[in-house]
Design a protein around this ligand. Sequence first.
Ligand SMILES: *Cc1c(COP(=O)(O)O)cnc(C)c1O
Length: 385
Amino acid sequence: MIPYGRQEITEDDVDSVVAVLRSDFLTQGPVVPKFERAVADYCGAAHAVAANSATSALHIACMALGLGPGDWLWTSPITFVATANCALYCGARVDFVDIDPNTYNLCPRALERKLVQAERDGRLPKVLAPVHFAGQSCDMLTVYALSQRYGFRIIEDASHAIGAQYRGEPIGTCRYGDVTVFSFHPVKIITTGEGGMALTNSAELADRMARLRSHGVTRDPTSMTREPDGAWFYQQIDLGMNYRMTELQAALGLSQLSRLDDYVERRHKLARRYDEKLASLSIVLPHQSKDGRSALHLYPIWIDPSQMDRSAVFDRMRRSNIGVNVHYIPVYAQPYHQQRRMLDSTDFPASERYYAGALSLPMFASMTEGQQDQVVAALAEAVRS
Ligand SMILES: *Cc1c(COP(=O)(O)O)cnc(C)c1O
């Protein structure tokens, strides 16, 4: 099976992890801060807080922004469930903003319409979590302007988008939002096995997230409620979790980071080849915006359901050992979320339409042209039969 995504592990990666295994620290040592610094510097952000997953990073970002009961977080329905769940962990509620039919990213016009209505109803969101779908930036200039006008905070879910650019700068500068979150799951652009990171330009948010990642405990006397009893002293001042990344993971991440630009470049080469070789098929190829450079986590094609049965194409591809997938089932359609959606439901026509025809083709940096030719051949046959 050619998977839709997978990691690449080099001998350097293996050596980096083994070196940590032979060292004094498996956790809470020097490598995690080094990895955090390296990602922050790569992105041009002031601070980075590593966590054991992007889901954890999203959770501590929500907590650090004070999201809680009575608050709303809005996000795109076309995302992984984790982007919505982080709000529910905080006791807040979730609502969704429909996508743009071309980019499949959260639509800024739909956002503005929904904000106008929410202001009238007195239920403006506290946090918006735009998702850089498939690795392509949302229209952050517009989203940011709306955040200034309506007073919500922004967590960019950039799980797909490390190595991407927007308006000439890396995703992760946090120029257009409070926190940016990356995922290092093996199907993403670079991996630590499991892992994630939250970037911010706010020292206060970074401090809070670092504390929440580790039980809400501080060893910093300036954060304590009284004088320390001695050098051993610590205080728990928040209810935190254990969301720490291990040294092993950080070593793998650091080693992978050195190949990030190369990985994104290889994904672009593959995307250009797909674009050429699939141009004659009656399917919609992924749109690339002019205001940025995608990290190309996914290569989602769209099959018009009125002309072709997506499910049949999916099954034929799988029978040809091509690991196609569907990203994503709209989160509002998940039973858990349906039970918790309150108020009248807004419609999400663009998300519905996208979901009805979506199919992600294999896309990963180590995919060979031979493998890609197999995907192309199988797809050509699948859509013609
Ligand atoms: C993968 C992913 C996550 C969760 O990442 P983990 O590191 O697996 O927790 C969150 N949001 C999006 C959009 C993702 O693709």
